[in-house]
Write a protein that binds this ligand. Structure first.
Ligand code: COA
Ligand code: ZN
Length: 459
């Protein structure tokens, strides 16, 4: 059950446009997600509109997944949710004593009748109803049983037990669900696991082992505070441990990037599975291992999710890694030279050695020119500072008329403009740069040659 559009939009700083939500919903559906929680229609007009349009896409047969509208246990929220014509209304209510007292100011008995009444009210619209027991993991267990019975008897076919502040552990999650499945049968259970202690994914597994049949996830793990279970990690872990492909794994990086872009929240480098470093090896012993057999240091092949492996070169590198890297760059050296190059690398103390620096070191050691001749298709970026009394846009317009200029962007920081240039060779590139420098109002320029297009997985 993907909640990127509802829970995910509760991440600080995140607000998707309606079009972005439609696109994300479509992608999630293509991947094979079974249910999509599209939003809480009572929150704002655009949230309502997005849920309505996603529900329409479902009706038109453009989406297969079940579409869910979120709602508080109040009639006005339920009315709005029903108006979207979503397949299911999910009603939430805090059921721990903390939530009952502080938030709802209701007794346990009052809460039971509200829950029963509101589930029935939603059912009267002829839709499926899920009841979410918010803060279920901190609720009194016997009371929780009454809550779930009440929701079930009022017509809810699913009940989500929320670990709202992420305090379950994998084993307590399993026991918790085992207990509830037995104590209150004839209803399907969801796990909604928050990641406050970094346990959400493991707790979701515990819950599934205990009998939960739906796991709430979001793309990139977005959600309130530090979020919930990341869709990609759950899907890959299920594949690795149970050899079950819940969603199309080859689409995982596509949806990662899409949601990074639309949410403005970048996945950390060291995020499992989807982070830039997930298949980037470093220490010499490790790289020697993966060169011999990647299974030595990878739990599953990156190709499984359409990614590839690589390794970095720095002072932690060994001979085998350098040799392989040089060969990749078309440079073959004897063992003596290799040792000397490795010594230079160890002395250089650079954080990361780029291919270019490695070639320079190899050239220094061998005394030979090893660089392939750049004869065609040079790409360069020119950073431009504009005089303070000149309009940046007028300078940009003049630059855009120069042949070879492919892209201009206004930037903030030390420079005002970034210009991407393509030239057939160095001579032409210099001519283009001279033309740019000749434009009035340019204070300074700084040019960088793009040696190789960066793959996102390379630092
Ligand atoms: N069922 C019924 N009422 C609930 C509830 C629930 N599950 N959860 C909270 N409430 C009540 C609170 O008791 C409080 O009521 P009060 O004003 O009588 O004290 C109110 O909802 C929440 O306070 P507030 O946010 O100030 O109310 P509001 O009327 O201005 O706004 C929303 C309500 C829902 C429109 C607004 O909070 C919002 O846009 N929220 C975003 C969605 C959200 O919070 N989702 C939580 C998902 S877990
Ligand atoms: Zn949540």
């Amino acid at each position: 059950m993907d909640a990127t559009l509802r829970e995910g939009e509760q991440t600080p700083g995140v607000s998707f446009t309606i079009d972005q939500k439609l696109e994300i919903a479509k992608k999630l559906d293509e991947m094979g997600v079974h249910m999509i929680e599209a939003g809480h229609p009572a929150v704002a007009p655009d949230v309502f509109e997005a849920v309505r349009r996603i529900a329409w896409m479902k009706k038109e047969g453009e989406i297969r997944a079940e579409i869910i509208a979120h709602s508080r246990a109040v009639k006005s929220d339920i009315d709005k949710a029903a108006e979207t014509e979503a397949d299911r209304i999910a009603i939430f209510y805090g059921v721990s004593d903390i939530h009952l007292r502080a938030k709802h100011r209701k007794t346990r008995e009052e809460a039971l009748s509200i829950i029963g009444e509101m589930v029935e009210y939603a059912k009267s619209y002829g839709v499926k109803v899920r009841f979410t027991a918010e803060d279920a993991s901190r609720a009194d267990l016997e009371y929780l049983e009454q809550v779930v019975k009440t929701a079930r008897d009022a017509g809810a076919d699913r009940v989500s037990l929320a670990d709202t502040v992420g305090v379950l552990t994998p084993w307590t999650a399993q026991k918790f669900f085992e207990h509830m499945v037995k104590a209150v049968p004839n209803v399907e259970y969801d796990i909604h696991a928050h990641n406050d202690l970094g346990m959400a994914l493991a707790n979701a597994f515990g819950a599934v082992m205990g009998g939960a049949t739906a796991v709430h996830v979001t793309v990139n793990g977005l959600g309130e505070r530090v979020g919930i279970v990341p869709l990609q990690l759950f899907a890959v872990a299920v594949k690795v441990h149970f050899d079950v492909e819940l969603v199309n794994l080859s689409k995982i990086m596509e949806i990662t990037r899409l949601v990074e872009r639309y949410s403005g929240i970048e996945v950390p480098y060291n995020m499992p599975v989807i982070g830039d470093y997930a298949f980037l090896h470093k220490a010499g012993v490790h790289v020697a291992g993966i060169l011999a057999d990647p299974r030595t240091y990878e739990p599953f092949p990156p190709e499984m999710i359409g990614r590839s492996r690589d390794y970095v070169i720095d002072k932690y590198t060994g001979k085998k890694a350098v040799k392989a890297k040089l060969e990749k760059l078309g440079i073959r050296v004897d063992d003596d030279t290799l040792m000397k190059i490795l010594e230079e690398i160890k002395k250089s103390n650079l954080r990361v050695l780029t291919d270019d620096t490695l070639i320079s070191i190899a050239e220094k050691v061998t005394g030979k020119s090893l660089r392939p001749k750049a004869t065609e298709n040079i790409e360069a970026i020119a950073w431009i500072k504009v005089d303070s009394n000149v309009f940046t846009s007028s300078v940009a317009r003049k630059i855009s008329m120069i042949d070879g200029v492919r892209e201009i962007a206004e930037v903030t920081g030390d420079y005002d403009l970034m210009v991407r240039i393509e030239a057939p060779d160095h001579k032409v590139l210099n001519t283009i740069l001279d033309s740019i420098r000749g434009i009035k109002g340019i204070q300074s320029t700084h040019t960088q040659i793009v040696l190789k297009k960066m793959d996102k997985s390379a630092p």
